[in-house]
Design a binder for this molecule. Structure first.
Ligand code: NI
Length: 256
């Protein structure tokens, strides 16, 4: 079964058909979904989805661009959510310098606090990093993040840097971008990274793969991503699906 490691089904884009869509996943070969929190509010709604659907797990965390909402009180609340038994990871956390708000300093502060939270509660991290390759890598290195474990989601940097993350012990999250006609860089990444270190993801409702580019994304599109990875690596579709499922179960410590 396909393990979808990154989706946002609490997004309003799914308000009309969320239940119908999620109920159709199993029949379409999607065995597991991690619904990822990106703010305090979406951490709460992610956990609600995980409580409702046995095959949905949650990640609890605050996205770099939302970190202005964090303070000691909200951070204590977040920590409590992270202890929930269906919270599989702390995330998505990281750095996003594409947007200038909040300041890099504030983003770094809460990235580091959430990293240490993950270490404390012994759960892996889901990293969001955009236009911040060096700072992200430096912070993870400084915090010995290999011991914490995690995935760089929707990976967007060079193949060389991907291998640095792999050496650190991290997984690389591959989604719809690999199917784009201008996705040459991602193809190099998929060539370089061993299949044992790749996770399948969508970032739904965003980043729909070809041939559905531009439309609302859902986990039902993951076969296009898996097929592309199989093509690039010269292995079978089934091997991509089964190996990435094992990878995700290992990272999120989900027993079969
Ligand atoms: Ni996301």
């Amino acid at each position: 079964m396909i393990f979808e490691t990154h989706a946002h089904y609490d997004d309003e884009a799914f308000d009309e058909d969320r239940d119908v869509l999620l109920s159709s996943m199993h029949d379409n070969g999607i065995g597991f979904i991690v619904n990822v929190g990106a703010s305090l509010k979406s951490t709460k709604t992610s956990i609600e989805l995980a409580e409702k659907y046995p095959f949905v797990y949650a990640a609890a965390g605050v996205h770099p661009n939302e970190t202005a909402e964090l303070g000691e009180e909200t951070f204590a609340w977040l920590k409590e959510q992270c202890l929930h038994k269906k919270v599989a990871a702390v995330g998505e956390i990281g750095l996003d310098y594409y947007w200038d708000e909040p300041s890099h300093q504030i983003q770094k502060l809460w990235f580091e606090r959430q990293l240490e939270l993950a270490r404390e509660i012994k759960k892996p991290v889901i990293i969001h990093s955009r236009d911040a390759a060096k700072d992200t890598y430096d912070i993870l290195t400084a915090h010995n993040a290999g011991e914490i474990g995690g995935v760089v989601h929707c990976y967007s940097y060079s193949a060389e840097m991907a291998m640095d993350y792999v050496k650190m012990g991290f997984y690389i999250g591959i989604g719809g971008v690999v199917t784009f006609k201008n996705g040459k860089k991602m193809k190099e990444v998929v060539e370089a990274v061993p299949i044992e270190k790749i996770l399948l993801e969508t970032d739904s409702p965003y980043l729909s793969p070809e041939p559905n580019r531009g439309k609302r994304n859902s986990s039902l599109n993951i076969p296009y991503v898996a097929q592309k990875i199989a093509e690039i690596k010269g292995i079978s579709y089934d091997e991509v699906v089964s190996t990435t499922e094992e990878n995700a179960k290992q990272l999120y410590r989900i027993m079969p």
